[in-house]
Design a protein around this ligand. Structure first.
Ligand code: A2P
Length: 316
């Protein structure tokens, strides 16, 4: 399995199992299947509300000797209701308790958006904190403490545009080590990838298959279906692989981490097998050329928080 190296020598498996939308009741089996098949990287978040079940799977895998803790890479994310500096460690401790772990390999600020404590999803502007009340630079200081306290080995961000990363860099000695963002051929994020790679910041691609299992509320009318894209299907056919496998392989060839979600045993295995596909320059160029600048997860659900959480402020 290809890995991405961190400055201290740690290596992150470039292909991991995504768990957003993996239902409690299904996710334990999915994680155990993935580990049996050879996955060594699971991507989690407290807001996915399934970390307890993932913890049961990890505990079982370690107890039964399927894999050692040190051979797994576990990522999780700080939710928006815990952005005050002093809330970060307690939030991480809850995640560690649920996952039945002593430390995380990677902890990320999930969104550059802050809520009042214990508001999971604000119904109106009242539930938000402004970035003045909860500055990202302060949240970042809380994140650094998780490394000092050996609760997280690496820290980073998610859904950050380059200006927001630069703000963290300009105000601390600690450069984020990872930015996890939506990325696929409809949204290749070329500028952001170049900016991050220039600064030794790794990237993880979420929704690499287009997250077709999102709730209807999160879908737009007439949105494109990534897995049915003609260019993708033609190149997949040429290599005798599935469109999903091609999408995963394209990310691995670009030097980013990819975390396809599946709770289906056959597809969990299929996705891992994508690691051995070899694409040529012509394939890569054709896929790179798709670029619709289209987001499936556009952050419009934070617009009730006002101008500083508008789509323009998030991505523009
Ligand atoms: P399932 O969990 O039933 O396998 P994303 O990773 O972009 O969020 O996409 C997840 C969606 O893609 C889920 O609906 C998942 O369904 C589906 N999926 C995962 N792997 C494959 C695959 N190999 N082929 C087709 N669909 C897949």
């Amino acid at each position: 399995m290809k890995t991405l190296k961190f400055k201290n020598g740690d290596q992150m498996p470039a292909l991991g199992l995504g768990t957003w939308k993996s239902e409690p009741g299904e996710v334990k089996k999915a994680v155990l299947t993935a580990i049996k098949e050879g996955y060594r990287h699971i991507d989690c978040a407290s807001i996915y509300q399934n970390e307890k079940e993932i913890g049961e799977a990890l505990n079982q895998a370690f107890k039964e000797g399927m894999v050692k803790r040190e051979d797994m890479w576990i990522t999780s994310k700080l939710w928006n209701d815990s952005h005050k500096k002093e809330q970060v460690i307690p939030a991480l401790e809850k995640t560690l308790e649920d996952l039945q772990l002593d430390y995380l390999d990677l902890y990320l600020i999930h969104w550059p958006v802050a809520f009042k404590p214990d508001v999971s999803f604000p119904e109106d502007a009242e539930g938000f904190l402004s970035l003045e009340d909860a500055p990202l630079t302060e949240t970042w200081k809380g994140m650094q403490k998780t490394v000092d306290n050996k609760l997280a080995r690496h820290i980073g961000v998610s859904n950050f545009k380059k200006e927001k990363i630069q703000q963290l860099i300009d105000n601390s000695d600690f450069v984020p080590e990872m930015n996890q963002v939506e990325m696929h051929p409809l949204l290749p994020q070329k500028e952001l990838v170049a900016y991050c790679h220039d600064r030794d910041i790794h990237l993880t691609a979420y929704s690499p298959l287009g997250s077709g299992d999102r709730s209807e509320q999160m879908k737009k009318d007439n949105e494109p279906t990534l897995l049915e894209n003609e260019v993708i299907n033609d190149i997949a056919e040429k290599h005798n692989v599935s469109p999903a496998q091609l999408l995963i392989s394209w990310q691995l060839h670009r030097g980013v981490v990819v975390i396809p979600k599946s709770t289906n045993s056959k597809r969990i295995q299929e996705n891992l097998n994508a690691a051995s596909i070899k694409l040529d320059n012509d394939d890569m160029e054709k896929i790179n050329g798709i670029d619709y600048n289209f987001r499936f997860i556009d952050g419009s659900f934070w617009e009730t928080g006002g101008k500083e959480y508008s789509q323009e402020a998030l991505w523009g």
